[in-house]
Design a protein around this ligand. Structure first.
Ligand code: ZN
Length: 389
C-alpha cells in the first residue's frame, strides 16, 4: 500500500501549482504566436484543406506581402504541388516569388532554382537550361550544374554532357561519362561514321576499362565494316570485363559465325559460355543453334539437360518448345495446353529489373527509364535473379 511521509503532503500542492503556471505560460505562447500570423494564413490553410489550391495561393501571397519572413511557406507549397504533379501551380508560386521586388537575393535565387526544376519536370528543357546556366555562376553553382548535366542527358546532347563532366569531374562518375561516349559512338555508327564511332569507343574504354557497352559497340563497328573475326574478338573481351553480359551479344556472335559459314564453331563457343555462365538468354540462342545444326530432337535433349542443371520456368518453356517440334501432330493437343500456360508465366518472369528502383522492363536499358540511373540493369531476367537470391 502507498504510504506518504507527512512532509510529502506539504510538497504535493506545490507541484500542482507549478504545473498550472507552466500550462498558463504555454497557452500564452500559442495565443501570442497565432496572433502574430495574419488572418490570410488561416484562410489559405482553409482553402488548401478544402482542395481549392488557387485561392490558397492567393491567400498565401497576401501572407508573404504582410509577413515577408513566411516566404518558406511558399517554397513548401511549391514543393507540395510539384510532388503531386501540379506543375502549373508550382510554376506560378515560384514565378510570383521571383517577381517580388522586395525579396532578398538568396531567396530569389532559391525561387529561380525551384522554377528551373519546375520547367525541367514539365519538359520545357530549353527554359530550364537557361535558368540553370544563369544560376551556375552564383551561390548555387554546384546544384545548378548537376541539373544542367541532367538536362543535357535528357536532351541527348552528349557532347555538351561530356564537356561539362570533363570540366567539373565531381559531377559524374567515370563509368557514367563512359556511357556518354558510348551514346556518341552509337550515334556515329547509325550515321555510318565508323572512324568517329571507333574514337568514341576508345574514349569510353580509357575512362572505364570494364565498360561492356563499349566492347559491344566496338564489335558492331567491326561487323559493319565487314570484319567478322574482329567483331567476335571485340565481343569476346566481355568475358574479361563482366562475363554475365555475354548473354547480350549471344545472338550477334551466332549470326556472325553463321555469316562466315562456321555455325557449328559458333555454337560450341556459346555452349561453353552457357556452361560457365548459366543464362536463359544464352540458352535461348544456343537452343536455336542446336535446332539448326543438329535438329529438333537434339535441341530437346539439350534443353532437358540444361533444365536439370539450372531449373527455371523460362528453361522449361524452351524445353517444351523443342518438345513440340518432335511430337506427332495427334499428340500435340495436351502439350500445347501446358506450353501455353508455361509461356504465359514466363512472359511475366522474363523482365529486366532495375536494381536501383525495381522498375521492370521488357527490353534491356543502359539507363533506367524510371530512375535515370546508369548501368542499373543486370543482364538477367527477373526469374533468374529471384532464383539466385
Ligand atoms: Zn531504376
Amino acid at each position: 500500500m502507498l504510504t506518504l511521509e507527512p512532509w510529502a503532503l506539504l510538497i504535493l500542492p506545490l507541484f500542482f501549482a507549478l504545473g498550472w503556471i507552466a500550462a498558463r505560460i504555454d497557452i500564452k505562447h500559442v495565443v501570442a504566436d497565432s496572433r502574430r500570423l495574419p488572418k490570410a494564413y488561416f484562410q489559405g490553410l482553409n482553402f488548401l484543406l478544402n482542395e481549392q489550391p488557387d485561392r490558397a495561393i492567393e491567400a498565401f501571397n497576401e501572407v508573404v506581402r504582410v509577413e515577408p519572413e513566411t516566404v518558406e511557406l511558399h517554397f513548401a507549397l511549391g514543393a507540395l504541388f510539384r510532388r503531386r504533379g501540379e506543375l502549373e501551380r508550382a510554376l506560378r508560386i515560384h514565378q510570383n516569388l521571383i517577381n517580388r521586388e522586395d525579396l532578398p537575393a538568396p531567396l530569389k535565387e532559391q525561387a529561380m532554382f525551384e522554377l528551373g526544376v519546375d520547367y525541367l519536370k514539365s519538359g520545357l528543357l530549353d527554359r530550364s537550361e537557361e535558368i540553370f546556366k544563369r544560376l551556375s555562376e552564383g551561390a548555387r553553382r554546384e546544384e545548378a550544374l548537376k541539373q544542367l548535366l541532367e538536362i543535357y542527358q535528357l536532351e541527348k546532347s552528349w557532347d555538351k554532357a561530356i564537356e561539362l563532366a570533363e570540366r567539373i569531374p565531381e559531377l559524374a562518375a567515370q563509368h557514367e561519362v563512359a556511357e556518354f561516349w558510348c551514346e556518341m559512338a552509337e550515334n556515329a555508327l547509325i550515321r555510318s561514321k565508323t572512324d568517329e564511332a571507333r574514337r568514341h569507343v576508345q574514349q569510353a574504354l580509357s575512362l572505364h576499362r570494364q565498360c561492356v557497352r563499349a566492347s559491344i559497340i566496338a564489335g558492331d563497328i567491326e561487323r559493319k565494316e565487314g570484319h567478322a573475326d574482329r567483331a567476335v574478338e571485340a565481343w569476346l573481351r566481355i568475358e574479361q570485363q563482366q562475363p554475365e553480359f555475354l548473354a547480350l551479344v549471344a545472338s550477334r556472335i551466332a549470326e556472325v559465325y553463321k555469316g562466315m559459314g562456321r555455325q557449328a564453331e559458333g555454337m560450341q563457343l556459346l555452349k561453353g559460355f552457357l556452361s560457365r555462365y548459366p543464362s536463359v538468354d544464352m540458352l535461348d540462342v544456343v537452343c536455336q543453334q542446336v535446332v539448326e545444326e543438329e535438329g529438333a530432337q537434339a535441341a530437346y535433349d539439350f534443353a532437358i539437360a540444361e533444365l536439370h542443371r539450372t531449373p527455371s520456368l523460362i528453361a522449361l518453356n524452351k524445353a517444351l518448345e523443342a518438345r513440340a517440334a518432335v511430337t506427332p501432330a495427334e499428340q500435340l493437343a495436351d502439350l500445347e495446353l501446358v506450353k501455353k500456360l508455361v509461356k504465359a508465366q514466363t512472359q511475366r518472369l522474363a523482365r529486366y529489373t532495375c536494381k536501383s528502383c525495381g522498375f521492370k522492363a521488357r527490353q534491356f536499358y543502359w539507363r533506367c527509364p524510371a530512375c535515370s540511373e546508369w548501368e542499373s540493369y543486370p543482364p538477367k531476367r527477373s526469374e533468374e535473379l529471384a532464383l539466385i537470391q
